[in-house]
Design a protein around this ligand. Sequence first.
Ligand SMILES: *[C@@H]1O[C@H](CO)[C@@H](O)[C@H](O)[C@H]1NC(C)=O
Ligand SMILES: *[C@@H]1O[C@H](CO)[C@@H](O)[C@H](O)[C@H]1NC(C)=O
Ligand SMILES: *[C@@H]1O[C@H](CO)[C@@H](O)[C@H](O)[C@H]1NC(C)=O
Ligand SMILES: *[C@@H]1O[C@H](CO)[C@@H](O)[C@H](O)[C@H]1NC(C)=O
Ligand SMILES: *[C@@H]1O[C@H](CO)[C@@H](O)[C@H](O)[C@H]1NC(C)=O
Ligand SMILES: *[C@@H]1O[C@H](CO)[C@@H](O)[C@H](O)[C@H]1NC(C)=O
Length: 363
Amino acid sequence: MLRYTLAALLLLFSSIRVEASCACSPVVIPVHVNVLVPKDPMDPFAGLKSNASELRRVEDTYDVYGVFCQPNSTEKTKNSDVLQLLVHGFSYTSQYWSPPVEEFRNYSYAAFSCAQGPYSSLAVDVLGAGLSSRPANSSDVQFPTASAILSQLARLLKTTNSILPGAQTFKTIIGVGHSAGSSLLTFGTIVDGHQSPFHGLILTSSLSKLNASSIPPVTASARDVDPLRWASLDPGYLSVGDHNIFYPTDPTSFSPRMVLLDDLIADVAAVSIFVQTGTEALTSGYTGPVAKIVGSADQIFCVGIGGCANVTGLTATEGALWPAAKSFEFLVVQGSGHDLNLDFFAAGTFNTFVRLVKQFSGL
Ligand SMILES: *[C@@H]1O[C@H](CO)[C@@H](O)[C@H](O)[C@H]1NC(C)=O
Ligand SMILES: *[C@@H]1O[C@H](CO)[C@@H](O)[C@H](O)[C@H]1NC(C)=O
Ligand SMILES: *[C@@H]1O[C@H](CO)[C@@H](O)[C@H](O)[C@H]1NC(C)=O
Ligand SMILES: *[C@@H]1O[C@H](CO)[C@@H](O)[C@H](O)[C@H]1NC(C)=O
Ligand SMILES: *[C@@H]1O[C@H](CO)[C@@H](O)[C@H](O)[C@H]1NC(C)=O
Ligand SMILES: *[C@@H]1O[C@H](CO)[C@@H](O)[C@H](O)[C@H]1NC(C)=O
């Protein structure tokens, strides 16, 4: 009960970040998708290797919740044509890009890029998470559905001028992902190939080889993790009660209060969002520029394999999966954990993101 009350209080006091140089507003965008998903949501290849009898169609219009942040500046610059689509991982929501308490205001990448690019961003809640649609049946939330929503949304943002406040469209959409969010963006490029609506991808905290023994052991059906919040959910929706694995092993490199915040505001994801990260090992025909970034102390990807220190080796193995990409860059943030944005090395990471957005948008 105490835990629930704290969470409720935090949510009550949370508000959407408004920096002096930046205006942010919540948006809900209906997105229609029509995709084939595997009948078995545990299929690690998300249906890409299935025959027709193993697939079923999901066609629906889902509400995508997001927070749109835009620099205040009235003068139109080349940057005004660029939008970053920010895609969170598990067990987060769009709040990963803007932690919802005053104490951690400076960990907001949405605010940072709005001030330092300056670049606009739209941080979305992926299907099933946060305030976006959460289908009653978790098996409707699979990589094909969740990633088609991101691609379709990116197309809408380029072509339809009544979606975001300010009635504008964007020429250049850069996808920025964290963890499962990176995997969803990757999956979209495997499906879309050279027709991907993204002009560049910054993929953090996801590698093609997942060390399965490091999947958080505390991951369980959300209704068991936090019955007060999730009792009525399909057991195929998972949550996690302890977020320490998302932080570096060195306890002096992050705030323990950040982990507490994670535990309090943890959200859910469908089970397929874990198992279908297997698609990261497939080759993408994407033709834009790609950067992958991990923290050397990422307990899921780098600890136990020498801190991802072999950058040359990783550039070769990860880059081989993007043979058509305009460029491929692999970066390791020394000391950082899985949640690159939330530890004491985040400021350096934010500068790297902004540099890459500038490079990818050709400015
Ligand atoms: C930017 O816009 C926000 C929201 O409209 C406002 O609160 C803030 O004062 C503005 N800042 C500047 C420098 O104009
Ligand atoms: C589809 O694949 C399944 C499993 O591999 C197999 O049992 C089935 O015979 C296949 N069906 C067709 C029509 O190829
Ligand atoms: C979820 O949908 C699948 C596919 O239509 C179906 O097989 C399954 O029984 C449904 N699960 C529930 C709990 O309704
Ligand atoms: C997987 O991670 C565990 C725990 O961090 C580690 O002990 C093990 O060596 C890793 N295995 C591989 C193959 O990297
Ligand atoms: C780095 O990885 C490459 C390719 O896997 C390998 O050939 C090389 O020996 C590795 N270097 C070190 C220092 O482990
Ligand atoms: C935010 O401020 C705290 C306290 O000064 C600092 O430890 C942390 O590294 C800062 N985070 C970022 C992303 O700048």
